[in-house]
Design a protein around this ligand. Structure first.
Ligand code: FPP
Length: 250
């Protein structure tokens, strides 16, 4: 590992991942139905996509719907799926204008047909853009992703494509959903919770974690800038030691 990669994180992150939490509480505080919290949350998604462009952040991964979220009341799930489709309809021009590529990680096949169709079309139309990537984790679970990778590897071993002795961290990572995307440098969770909630379990191994009590619908440019500032002040050691400080830990 180079001295450069052990140095303090004084530059901006390349990849930011976000657990967008607190929509329900935001709505409850205002005596509104939960769906209104999700709608306000969609505004924060717009704001953060723009903020990433302004901060030169190339990858933004948003945990928009987990495999566990299917257990929510039917009405809320339907509301979220409708919101996602409308968001894509309204925000597609922004992706073209800013040359941002849309990608999905998760079990796209679980989503309603119309939503799948809309997302697939936008992914195809933006596939050639290179200014940044907006990655939506949808019907996503970290354990599901890891188990799927393990199954693919087992199939390749069975088919004689891979030898068991070839399977190391690098080969394993190549079988995850988006192997070309670098691991997140920074993971933000809003609403004060301190859990990973099955999000990017493999990829977050060395991410800096940042939590804020701000509820997702209130998480706009100033809150995002504060998270980036906090990241820039961190020392990233990746299990090594900084050249000038002996004895540092993980
Ligand atoms: C968690 O808040 C949020 C979600 C499960 C959904 C995230 C969805 C959005 C931000 C809406 C739009 C997204 C896109 C990509 C258009 P919660 O409902 O668990 O809040 P609570 O913990 O306060 O109840």
């Amino acid at each position: 590992m180079s001295a450069k990669s052990l140095a303090g994180a004084s530059s901006n992150p390349v990849h930011v991942a976000v657990i967008m939490d607190g929509n329900g509480r935001w709505a409850r505080e205002r005596g509104l139905p939960r769906g209104k919290g999700h709608e306000a949350g969609a505004e924060s998604v717009r704001a953060v996509v723009r903020a990433c462009r302004d901060h030169g952040i190339r990858y933004l991964t948003l945990y928009a719907f987990s495999v566990e979220n299917w257990r929510r009341p039917r009405e809320e799930v339907q509301g979220l799926m409708g919101l996602l489709r409308r968001f894509m309809e309204h925000e597609e021009p922004l992706l073209h204008e800013q040359q941002i590529r849309l990608r999905i990680m998760g079990r796209l096949e679980d989503l309603p047909r119309l939503v799948q169709k809309k997302l697939t079309r936008v992914m195809e139309k933006t596939a050639h853009y290179d200014a940044g990537q907006l990655i939506l984790a949808l019907s996503y679970g970290g354990r599901t992703e890891i188990a799927t990778a393990a199954r693919r590897i087992a199939e390749e071993v069975r088919d004689g494509v891979l030898d068991p002795s070839d399977v190391d961290e690098k080969v394993f990572a190549q079988h995850l959903y988006l192997p070309d995307v670098p691991d997140p440098d920074l993971m933000i969770r809003t609403s004060g919770e301190m859990r990973l909630s099955n999000f990017l379990l493999w990829q977050l191994s060395y991410a800096e974690l940042y939590t804020t009590p701000v509820l997702w619908p209130d998480f706009r440019e100033p809150a995002f800038a504060a998270a980036i500032d906090a990241y820039r002040s961190r020392s990233r050691r990746f299990g090594g030691v900084l050249p000038e400080t002996e004895g540092a830990g993980c």
